[in-house]
Design a protein around this ligand. Structure first.
Ligand code: NAD
Length: 272
């Protein structure tokens, strides 16, 4: 695992600095946190938020330069590992690197995801369907399986799967994406049952429309952007920062009695 900037200075399990600073149950001091797709967008914001609460971060993703930039902004408590979550060998290498460096994994945020197409099923190819399922659903499966097993071994951990409103309600021209996120929701509930007595909690964080590289073109679109905004009760799109509080809550002991649930952070989209 690479560590841009100065070496990681604080090993897992050290210090009660966060409690002394008043973070209480939200304190992540000494917790080793992996964020997939942590180089930009929602993943980067969540990684920065977990770090602000004391966590030691490993940013995993496909593009080294993007990861390095994000890790440098966090500082000495962040490292990077290049990994494609859809490739089992990469996920195993990620697990081995983090366990070798820290001896444990406390928090896993399965954030890596794509949604490259907006069109009807008639014009959706098998290859397009498969690529979305491979990353959004199979990638989440692989990371839960291999990184979560380390948590089971230590008897404690929190997995946060980034789902979407699309895991709860249908969205127009988004069949593969909705199917993948619906799968993430049910994977989460089923795995939560399997690991409930083994100390590993599994929840989803389901955002509404967040202005990131993934969605910017759509949200800026005269017709489609306006339609989405009109349907959002709070009358604005989210920022990636709007997802951080829920992520810190799910990562920390503040949510110690919560598993198999989905936190919708959607400006009221699914309340309608
Ligand atoms: P983004 O495109 O800005 O970031 C996605 C990140 O995932 C990127 O860093 C990308 O490189 C990485 N990634 C993609 N495929 C990967 C792979 N195979 N292996 C490793 N990393 C990979 O998008 P975002 O908006 O920040 O989305 C993050 C997550 O939030 C996604 O799962 C997305 O489905 C979900 N989400 C986004 C919105 C939104 O409106 N932006 C809404 C609901 C859910």
């Amino acid at each position: 695992m690479k560590r841009p900037g100065s070496p990681l200075s604080r090993a897992a399990g050290e210090g009660r600095e966060g409690v002394l600073r008043g973070r209480g149950d939200f304190d992540l001091t000494g917790r080793v946190c992996i964020v997939t797709g942590g180089g930009r967008g929602i993943g980067r914001a969540i990684a920065e938020g977990l770090a602000r609460h004391g966590g030691t971060l490993v940013l995993a993703g496909r593009t080294e330069a993007t990861l390095t930039d994000a890790a440098s902004a966090i500082g000495e408590r962040a490292g990077i590992q290049v990994a494609d979550v859809a490739r089992e060998a990469d996920v195993l290498a990620l697990r081995d690197a983090v366990v070798a460096r820290f001896g444990r994994i406390d928090v896993l945020v399965n954030n890596a995801g794509i949604n490259p197409i907006f069109r009807g099923i008639e014009r959706t190819s098998l290859e397009e369907w498969q690529s979305i399922i491979d990353i959004n659903l199979t990638g989440t499966f692989l990371c839960c399986k291999h990184l979560g097993e380390a948590m089971v071994g230590q008897g404690k951990g929190s997995i946060i799967n980034i789902s979407s409103v699309a895991g709860h309600v249908g969205l127009l021209r988004s069949v593969p994406y909705c199917a993948s996120k619906g799968g993430v929701e049910m994977l989460t509930r089923a795995l939560a049952l399997d690991w409930a007595k083994r100390g590993v909690r599994v929840n989803t964080l389901a955002p509404g429309w967040v202005d990131t590289d993934l969605t910017h073109g759509l949200l800026e679109h005269d017709v489609h952007g306006r339609r989405l905004l009109d349907h959002t009760p709070m009358g604005r799109f989210a920022t990636a920062g709007d997802m951080v509080g829920a992520a810190v809550f799910l990562a920390s002991d503040a949510s110690a009695y919560m598993t198999g649930q989905s936190l919708l952070i959607d400006g009221g989209w699914t309340a309608d």
